[in-house]
Every structure is written in C-alpha cells, then in structure tokens.
Design a binder for this molecule. Structure first.
Ligand code: ASP
Ligand code: MG
Length: 434
C-alpha cells in the first residue's frame, strides 16, 4: 500500500476560505490512501493560552470572555462552511466546547505550581486541535471526500511530561499500525483520508498531553515513521524552505533540495520553518520530506532527503531577534578554565537558560542568549557574588551557513559587531539591532 501523509498547520486553515483551499488540495494532490495531520485553526493555540491564563488566575470574567472569542471564531467559520444549520458538525463542536466549559467552570482549585500549570495547559489548550479536526472532517465529507476522524489520543501514547511529552514509541507504533492500516484495509480501492490531530497525545492514565509548541510537524513525522510512508508533505505559507525569511530579505530564494543533516543544522540555529524534532524520525526511515506552499500548491517546494552530496547554491541566513550578550568575569581574576566554565554552565542549566553562542578570553566568558527578563534578572543577581557581569541588550544573532565574503558584508556593513564566531561552514554574528 502506498500511503501518503500531509500536514497542515494553523495558517492554512485560519478561515472558511482556507479550509476550502485545503480540501481542494486534498482533491488535487492526494493519490490513494492519505493520512492528514491537522493543527488548530489560525492562532487558536494562543487564544486557548489566554483562556488558560484566566482560569489559572481564577478570573471567571476573563475566562468567559476569552472562551467566547474562541467559540465565536470557530462557529463563524462553521457557519460559513455548512449551509445546513442542522448539520451534525454544530452539535459536535458545541459538545467539545461544552466539555471544555465544564472543565474550566469548576475553577482552578489547586496550589499554583509549575507542574500543575503544565498539566492544566494540556487539558485545555488541546481543544484547539480537537475542534479544528471535527470541522475539517465534516467539511471533507460534505465535499464527497471519504474521511475517518481518529482521536490521536488513542494513537499517540506518551509519558506524563505535560507540555513536552515523550513518545512511547512501542505502544504508539502498535496502535498506529493496527488502527490506521486496518482502516485502509477496510476501504480498499478508493481514495480515503485518515484524519487526525497534531500536537497532542495521551499518557498511560488517559490524560491529554502535548508535544510542545509547533509540535504538529513532529506528530506528522511520528506517523510517517511508524507507517513507513515514502514521503510526507508539510504545507506552509512559504514556497518551501527559503535561504532566509522572505519577510526579512525580499530576495530570499527557495532551496530546491536540502539534506537531512543540513535541515537539522538549520533548525538548530533557529530556522523556524521546520520543527527541530521532525527530521530525525524521517532520516531514520529514509522518508522524503516535501515542504510546499498551500497558497501555490502547483509549485515544486523543497525536498529534504538523504543526499550524500548536497550542493550548496546560496548562503543561508537565519536571524534570531531579541538577544542579550552577557560577559562574565570571575571576581578573583582567575582564568576562565574548566572549573569556572563548568560552574557557569551548571548555573545556566539551573536557570534553564540556553546558550545560543559563546566565546571566552583569559578572564572573561561571553554568552549570547534569548532576552527573557524572567530568567536573565535572577541569573545576573545569582552570578553577582563570584562574578562581575556586563550586559548588552537590544541585539540580534545572525547565522550564515555556507557564508562567503559578500554575504558577510551584506549583514555587517556599517554595523558594530559585538561578537563573531566562525567555523568552516558557519559564521555567527551578534549585532546591535538595526
Ligand atoms: N497548534 C499548536 C501550536 O500552535 C501546534 C502546531 O501548530 O504545530 O503550537
Ligand atoms: Mg502552527
């Protein structure tokens, strides 16, 4: 059986017109049995985070207000898609919303702590995907596309690390293979869609879990890997993987191909087009990843595959805004050697701070990190005792893969460089914001 797999993110289904477009893509581009992994619609995950915030703050007015916004948004879309106001879809999404309402209405009764927050997050925010997939399923049926909706919580099993759940590959493998394959065996010969949600799963106790923000690319990769598909397509609002964010560089170009290795590097340096966890399962099973535009579905897109000899055609630019540079020097003027370094890294780990670039001299160690005031201020005051620190904000970090003199010039011309790190393939520059 030659199975296809498509993943659609929130931007592709943010309106009734978007949903119609995606249904059209399924009609035109799917050949044979197809698994579809769907995100929440538009910015629903952010909107659900607002509901959660009010719930955690025990603010009933805020809860009602934010809940109503999510409700209105989805019902308006459903209204536009379904002329028959008695269609089952209205009852179905109404009952999902009512479940959610029942959950949040009881109020948040417990002590606030981080673990608790993560648990509540997953129970509430996951409704975005449940609601979007219900609407999309019924719309496909209305369009004459055979679809079966699978609750992904019965397929993807995880541990109980809420908001960052780890996959139980063995159980998940059994469930996915058994349920998805048996569905397609029951409906041979014609074109059928197995539709399911990205981003979410469930733990052994049956509680809903999530795989981390933007996690539905990873969900799709899990299905692709376990079902051993040949190819998986992620449909995006860009023509493919570009050599820079086209909103930043107007002359950005599409990369025709990319090796898995290069894709992993790009995700690591902060290219947001592919979720970092997505590539590894695909590489392990040698599955081709196609990144295509849902706005121009006829266009080729980018192929990410196993290329031993990937030909570099252009430098690739990755920009991380909102950076700070912290220079740390021991107060006793000791050299920055293993002992100081391991101490500093231990402290960074305690504060859960990820270092984007680092450099050291004899008596000073500099790190460039995301400007997260909730983490940086406590870090600085902690370091205070043994270290003198200097601090620069309002910076950006630009990474150029496969740089050449022109590409470096383009970025640095007339700008002060606060830090520069060069390896054979990659240059990283910390610069004041333009
Ligand atoms: N809906 C989730 C989010 O916005 C997951 C995803 O879209 O990948 O983070
Ligand atoms: Mg998304």
């Amino acid at each position: 059986m030659h199975l296809n797999l498509f993943k659609f993110g929130g931007a592709s289904i943010n309106s009734a017109a978007g949903i119609k477009n995606v249904a059209g893509i399924l009609k035109t581009f799917s050949k044979g049995p197809l698994v579809v992994v769907l995100s929440a619609m538009g910015k629903t995950t952010n909107a659900m985070e607002e509901v959660l915030k009010n719930y955690m703050n025990n603010d009933p007015v805020g809860v009602v207000d934010t809940f109503q916004k999510v409700w209105d948004y989805h019902f308006a879309i459903a209204d536009e898609l379904f002329d028959d106001k008695d269609h089952v879809v209205f009852g179905e999404i109404g009952s999902l919303f009512n479940q959610l309402r029942g959950y949040i209405r009881k109020g948040h009764l417990y002590e606030k702590n981080r673990l608790e927050f993560d648990f509540e997050y997953d129970q509430i925010v996951s409704y975005g995907e449940l609601i979007s997939s219900s609407i999309f399923h019924h719309f496909l049926e209305l369009q004459g596309i055979h679809s079966k909706l699978f609750d992904v919580r019965e397929l993807i099993k995880t541990d109980s690390t809420y908001r960052d759940a780890r996959i139980d590959w063995e159980t998940t493998g059994q469930l996915i293979r058994e349920k998805i394959n048996s569905y397609f065996q029951q409906v041979p010969g014609s074109e059928h869609v197995a539709l399911t949600q990205g981003f979410i799963g469930s733990d052994a106790a049956g509680n809903t879990t999530t795989l981390g923000r933007e996690g539905s690319d990873f969900s799709a990769a899990i299905f692709a890997y376990l079902l051993q598909v040949k190819e998986m397509t992620i449909w995006k609002d860009v023509p493919g993987v570009m050599n820079a964010d086209p909103k930043w560089m107007k002359d950005a170009v599409r990369l025709e191909t990319l090796s898995y290795r290069e894709a992993i590097e790009l995700a690591y340096y902060g290219a947001s087009v592919i979720h970092p966890k997505t590539i590894k399962p695909l590489e392990n099973a040698n599955i081709i990843l196609r990144v295509k535009s849902f706005l121009n579905p006829e266009m080729e897109g980018t192929l990410v595959e196993n290329l031993k000899e990937w030909k570099i055609s252009v430098p690739i630019f990755i920009r991380k805004p909102d950076q700070v540079l912290i220079s740390i020097s021991p107060r006793d003027f000791s050299f920055i050697l293993e002992e100081n370094l391991s101490e500093i890294f231990r402290i960074l780990a305690t504060f859960r701070i990820k270092v984007n670039v680092m450099q050291n001299s004899a008596i000073s160690f500099s790190i460039c990190v995301d400007a997260d005031p909730l983490k940086i201020a406590p870090l600085l005051s902690f370091l205070q005792k043994d270290y003198e620190t200097r601090y620069n904000e309002g910076l950006e970090l630009i990474t150029i893969r496969h740089y050449n003199p022109e590409s470096v010039d383009r970025i640095t011309k007339g700008r002060e460089i606060l830090m520069e790190l060069r390896s054979r393939n990659t240059i990283q520059l910390v610069l004041a914001r333009e």
